[in-house]
Design a protein around this ligand. Sequence first.
Ligand code: SER
Length: 343
Amino acid sequence: MSRTAAQVRSDFLEYFRTRAGHAVVPSSPVVPHHDPTLLFTNAGMNQFKDVFLGTGTRPYKRAVDTQKCIRAGGKHNDLEDVGKDTYHHTFFEMLGNWSFGDYFKKEAIDWAWDLLTNIWKLDPLRLHATYFEGDAAEKLEPDTEARDLWLRYLPKERIHPGNKKDNFWEMGDSGPCGPCSEIHFDATPGKDGGKLVNAGDPRVIEIWNLVFIQFNRAPGTGKLSPLPAKHVDTGMGFERITRVIQGKTSNYDTDLWMPIFAAIEEISGAKAYRGKLDDHVDIAYRVIADHIGCLTFAITDGARPSNEGRGYVLRRILRRAVRHAHQTLGVKGPMLCKLVPSV
Ligand code: SER
């Protein structure tokens, strides 16, 4: 195995700390206790919302972190995909580097390229970038600046325009937002997966999103207004980049999940995980492993399964995991609590 998941995480933090003077900051809780617009922390930028809006400050202008995120319920909701595919999770870590009114598009793109191709040595022929094509209804121009910055590294066939859904990032119905430029990894044998960018195909997946935060969307009216300064918010799916670096075709085939799968196998007595997409037992492994991570972090950070709001989302996740444990794996007694040490 080339790099363990733990090494990938520290590579990222160290790269931005040593190469470009970023302060390493902790993740915020996965429960956004102070933000009523969100059920769960759904992105690294949530904890910096006040800095982007100009209502708060930090003692640094550059930061790097790995943020605990839950995307189940609300604007970003991946719950139904979990278990069925190889790359969505309700709970995941997002590696991010941040500029608060400091560097902007050029540096963000240069460092992303350097880390991916020079440090981690990903094949440049497998990388694609996207940029925002603009939106007339919102009076937003195409982000030709990002496109031209990518042209220094990639041929134009591997730089793709994208619409508001894919290339204009928003945390929810209101709040800081802006055009974004995503980096996708093409794992097709012929390195010819260009048409599969943003097509929901597991062979070509988004690994990193570089967001250029410039606007605030007002609650109620939905009107966009420019922010006092321009910021960078990047988010790289930790489970996805680990999979790419370890040369696997599924996030669940990386060392991140092995301890949890081993515990499921031992406690349930089920046949070993084989990574099949259409096998009910393998689906149950993925669902249970994902959901126990989500539940463990959410409950540890102060949420509780209940019958409303965020608690109800947790209850649904809990029920889904229990259902797979009982119905698919045939476990009779309590099982999920016994998996917590493996998480
Ligand atoms: N906010 C962006 C995202 O969540 C990048 O961090 O994708």
